[in-house]
Structures are given as C-alpha cells and as structure tokens.
Write a protein that binds this ligand. Structure first.
Ligand code: FMN
Length: 209
C-alpha cells in the first residue's frame, strides 16, 4: 500500500467494524411486547452474557451478578414486583427470559471514592455491562428493555439475593411479537455536544454512509 493509498482509504472514511456496530445501535429500541412462545437459544444467552463479562468497570471491580430467570412462575412473580401496584410491569411476564441485574459495592473502589466525589461508580459499572447485553442481544435479533421501576426488596426476597447486594435493574430478553418497535425520536447532536466549552457549538461532518 502506497502513501497515496493510505490517503484514499482515509478519504473513504472506512467505518470498519464500527459500521456494523452503528447499525446495531441505530436499530435498537426498547421492546415491551414479546413472543412468549419463542424461547431464547442458550447459545445466544451465552453470547450476550459474554458481552456483559467484557465490560469496563471502575478499577476493574466487575461488581455485576446476573440471575437468569426462565421459570414461568417466577417471571410472573417478578412481573408483579412493581412499586405502587403491579400494573406497569405486567407485560414483563411474556418475555421468555428475565435477567435480574445485581451488584455488590466494593468498599474501596465504590463506596469510599463515590462518597468523596459524589459519584455512583457502582451503578455506572453495572449499567455499562447491562448495555453490552442490550447491544449484543439486538445484534442477535433479540429485544430487551431496561426496567428500573421495580420493588427491590420484593425481588431480593424472591430470589434470595444476599442483603449486601443490590438489584439495580431487570432486563427482559426475547423475540419481539410482531414488528420491531420504531426508534424513538432522539435529540440532535447540536442539542448536547459542545466544542471547547459548555454551550459553544461545534461543527462536525455528516455521518459517513
Ligand atoms: C435506567 C433506565 C430505566 C428504565 N426503566 C424503565 C421501566 O421501568 N419501564 C419501562 O417500560 N421502560 C424503562 N426504561 C426504558 C426507557 O423508557 C426507554 O429506554 C426510553 O423511553 C427510550 O426508548 P428506547 O429505549 O426505545 O430508545 C428504562 C430505561 C433506562 C435507561
């Protein structure tokens, strides 16, 4: 490859594997209507949990723990473990798999610096790992939806989660019933990206094809 070829490669703005990743990211949307008759293949579960395993975390603490719920009766119970009445999460029961996302705070790397700097590294760590699952799942044709609205005490009791662990999210996983839900409207870059200082606009090129 000559120097000129290198220049041409750059001109082409080759997206490499990021092209695939961007496709997955742009096609993701939260799924709340699942095909309860179509189970999630175990090999796909393995892949998405591997994606979770590889996530970054503060000081590599890897505080996440995941409980995979396939049992229908338990899914029913978890679907009604919503605060202030069960109605809002009832659709959860139709997802063939429910991943209960837990974590344990590390005293040295989460609690102490978190308090000192008013940062929640612990929840950030678990959230990154969960989003790895979400994107890996989408790439495999599986829908997910982050659920933060649940009664943690009830979930912990149902699943025997030790008291020094937290349940941070529920994540239904399954094939959507019918069409994939449309992407929600998202802000434009100029509404939240700045150059050099807060509030100053920045010129960025169009997204490559
Ligand atoms: C931290 C967090 C908590 C959420 N909790 C819930 C929830 O309890 N119930 C629900 O239906 N959706 C929940 N969602 C999904 C959001 O409503 C959804 O991501 C948002 O409306 C944007 O839609 P999209 O995911 O399709 O882009 C949650 C999302 C996040 C990131």
């Amino acid at each position: 490859m000559t120097e000129n070829d290198v220049g041409n490669e750059m001109e082409k703005r080759d997206m490499g594997n990021t092209g695939e990743l961007m496709k997955i990211i742009s096609e993701r949307s939260s799924v709340r209507n699942y095909n309860s008759k179509k189970p999630v293949e175990d090999w796909k579960l393995r892949v998405i949990l591997e994606a979770a395993r590889l996530a970054p975390s503060s000081n590599n603490t890897q505080p996440w723990h995941y409980i995979i719920i396939k049992d229908k009766k338990m899914r029913d119970k978890l679907a009604t473990a919503a605060p202030m009445g069960a109605a809002s999460n009832k659709w959860l029961r139709h997802a063939p798999v429910l991943i209960v996302c837990c974590g344990r705070k590390n005293l040295l790397y989460h609690s102490a610096p978190g308090r000192l700097l008013d940062m929640d590294y612990f929840r950030m760590d678990v959230a990154i790992s969960v989003e790895h699952i979400v994107l890996a799942a989408r790439g495999l044709g599986l829908g997910t939806c982050w659920i933060g609205w649940f009664d943690e005490r009830r979930v912990k009791r149902l699943l025997h989660v030790p008291s020094d662990y937290r349940v941070t999210l529920l994540l239904p996983v399954g094939y959507p019933k019918g069409k994939w839900p449309p992407q929600k409207e998202k802000k434009e870059l100029n509404e939240f990206v700045y150059g050099e200082r807060f509030g100053r606009s920045i010129d960025l090129p169009e997204m490559p094809e």
